[in-house]
Design a protein around this ligand. Structure first.
Ligand code: GUN
Length: 291
């Protein structure tokens, strides 16, 4: 039987409704709404599209946003100065520097410069550490957090499930593994050096594919009845169509599967809005503690 689609658009709109409701409650009390600062360096067309959709989504849920657009040749020091200014700005709750940055800029250094409490991407080592520790107190990266939220809302049992993550990036694979361990899954992380990858992935009750290669996961790699979460956003030259990391033919083997587009993608942006609201609330709580 072909897999049932896991509808990321549906669950993301649930999350956005929840965020919109909470923001409206905040504004009703006379407080300002949360504010996200988005920094874009250069003219990468895909990044510009992402930044625009983040701004639109902020407006949609009542979060204010500021865009800082810097030329591709900008000095690293200039970018770091802007981040310092945003770190100090009491009216800014979240800071997001759109990746990828031009080659002359040390991207990890830039992510480290963002104040951890405003790091809505969850890329700062402090937040990565909290995510690895299974702590609730930090900000987790939006894409893997969106994968787990999707599974939770779909009612997929995670405790005790064999979860295989393909990919070990700091943005998706590693934090996805940490978040699934927190859900008490038994987690295996695979990568380019993994031996007999298909044998490992065939053991997965939940397969999270975050490789970045079009249709990389084929039906022979999938156990009958597995749940597949496809994190891939792969573009082919000259076409606007996007492809996942999972061959759609895997639908015949899986019990449920996220589509591309319309699966993990909309969840990522919804989790960003949620992180922005969390950053705002954590800052207000800290202010109260400091009073
Ligand atoms: N570029 C692609 N995805 C992301 C993301 O989640 N955050 C940032 N900052 N840049 C990205």
């Amino acid at each position: 039987m072909p897999a049932k689609i896991i509808d990321g658009k549906f669950y993301s709109s649930q999350i956005l409704d929840e965020v919109r409701g909470e923001v409206a409650e905040i504004v009703k009390t006379g407080e300002r709404p949360p504010c996200l600062a988005v920094v874009l360096v250069g003219e990468d067309p895909a990044s510009a599209i992402y930044v625009n959709s983040k701004k639109k989504m902020c407006a949609d849920v009542g979060i204010t946003s500021r865009a800082h657009i810097l030329p591709a040749q900008v000095w690293e020091e200039t970018l770091l100065l802007l981040i310092d200014k945003l770190n100090e700005d009491g009216e800014v709750d979240g800071i997001l520097v759109q990746s990828p940055l031009p080659g002359h800029i040390d991207e990890d250094g830039v992510f480290k410069a963002i104040a951890p409490g405003k790091d809505v991407d969850g890329f700062h080592p402090y937040n990565s550490g909290l995510t690895a520790m299974g702590s609730d107190g930090g900000l987790a990266p939006c894409t893997p957090a969106g994968c787990v939220e999707l599974l939770r809302r779909e009612g997929i049992p995670m405790a005790g499930a064999n979860c295989v993550v393909i990919g070990r990036s700091n943005i998706v694979g590693r934090p996805a593994a940490s978040l699934m361990i927190k859900e008490s899954a038994t987690v295996t992380v695979c990568h380019s050096k993994t031996k007999d990858l298909a044998a490992v992935t065939r053991g997965a009750d939940i397969l999270i594919a975050a490789i970045g290669k079009k249709n990389f996961v084929t039906p022979d790699m999938v156990k009958d009845g597995a749940v597949i979460v496809d994190v891939g956003i792969n573009r082919t030259e000259g076409s606007k169509k996007i492809y996942g990391d999972v061959d759609p033919a895997c639908m015949e083997k899986a019990s449920r599967m996220t589509p591309v587009p319309g699966g993990v993608g909309p969840m990522t942006i919804a989790m960003l809005m949620k992180n922005c609201l969390s950053a705002y609330k954590m800052a207000r709580e800290k202010e109260k503690e400091d009073e």
